[in-house]
Design a protein around this ligand. Structure first.
Ligand code: GLU
Length: 313
């Protein structure tokens, strides 16, 4: 269903969100597992809304690039579904995990088949699928190329410092990949697969670029900027369904309750949220909640969805 949103009303709401968030003292805790993320200024806040008519509306630090981290899992999932179709669901489940993003316990019970493509184990499995028959460099290039085409912006890059730091500290991800390999569910060498995963997490994008890149999910699978079909409408619906149920790790239920939009978060403080039929929304504030989701980003989306009447329910 398309919601009407007059540009002046939307811009007023976005400006209001920015001034409310600027006044906030409790801003959450910036991810500190790697220096490039630990050094990000927690005072920053940006928001961008890309409407299905191709217009983009922004406020705050909407053009500042940040590390998209796990938001990249939406794009790698879309690519993998494009390559292997529904066969992907033999390799990874589609149930919410109720566990932390980097949990290893569930993998033992489920014999190396990750619960869903948005927990780390699942995204590593998706990277394995994308790597089939390629060198890591080629797969990384393919993901970046795809995201640039979606956003219609060739200036999007991978931050090499973040990629290197992810590799230097990603022992738990190494454990997850090795664990899946031990069950025989991962095809390629863990080191190669992780090379892809760490680089996709290190993509740097602004809210404007991210909202543009997510536009196809709001527009029945068609890129609103080019008019070209990215995925079939049914696939866009299903990706949105997984975002709604699994997009915020063990905070997914609470996010659906408060905001009511399919969305995906990353520990860089970014969230991509979709209002099917109307808008792709990107918000960024680096401070995180206990579950590793942007604290102010969630509050801002809750405020915006209420004010604009934007919820899928
Ligand atoms: N690079 C992070 C990790 O693998 C991504 C986690 C996230 O954004 O939630 O630990």
């Amino acid at each position: 269903m398309a919601h009407s949103c007059p540009p002046e009303r939307l811009q007023a709401a976005l400006d209001d969100v920015v001034s409310r968030m600027a006044a906030r003292v409790r801003r959450g805790k910036v991810a500190d597992y790697i220096p490039p993320l630990a050094e990000v200024d927690p005072q920053q806040f940006g928001i961008a809304v890309a409407l299905n008519d191709g217009s983009v509306h922004v406020a705050g630090d909407a053009d500042a690039p940040f590390s998209i981290q796990s938001v990249s899992k939406v794009f790698s999932l879309t690519l993998a579904l494009g390559q292997v179709g529904d066969g992907l669901w033999k390799r990874v489940g589609r149930e919410p995990s109720g566990n932390a993003f980097n949990s290893i316990v569930q993998l033992e019970h489920e014999k190396g088949i990750p619960r869903n493509p948005f927990i780390n184990a699942g995204a590593i499995m998706v990277a394995d699928v994308l790597l089939a028959g390629h060198k890591p460099r080629e797969t990384i290039g393919e993901i970046l190329h795809f995201v640039r085409a979606l956003a219609q912006d060739d200036s999007i890059t991978i931050d090499p410092l973040v990629a290197r730091a992810e590799k230097a500290t990603g022992f738990r991800n190494v454990a997850l990949a090795n664990y899946m390999k031990s069950f025989g569910t991962l095809d390629n060498e863990p080191e190669m697969v992780l090379g892809v995963y760490f680089h996709q997490c290190a993509m740097a994008m602004s809210c404007r670029q991210l909202a543009q890149a997510g536009g196809f999910l709001a527009n029945g699978g068609r890129n609103p900027l080019t008019g070209f079909s990215v995925v079939a409408p049914e696939r866009a619906r299903r990706i949105n369904a997984i975002m709604l149920t699994c997009g915020h790790y063990d905070g997914s239920g609470d996010f659906a309750f408060r905001v009511g939009l399919p969305s995906k978060s990353g520990v860089g403080g970014g969230i991509l949220a979709i209002l099917p039929g109307t808008a792709s929304i990107a918000v960024w504030s680096p401070g995180l909640s206990e579950q590793g989701n942007s604290l102010l980003g969630t509050d801002a989306l809750e405020f915006l969805s209420r004010r604009m009447g934007w919820s899928v329910f």
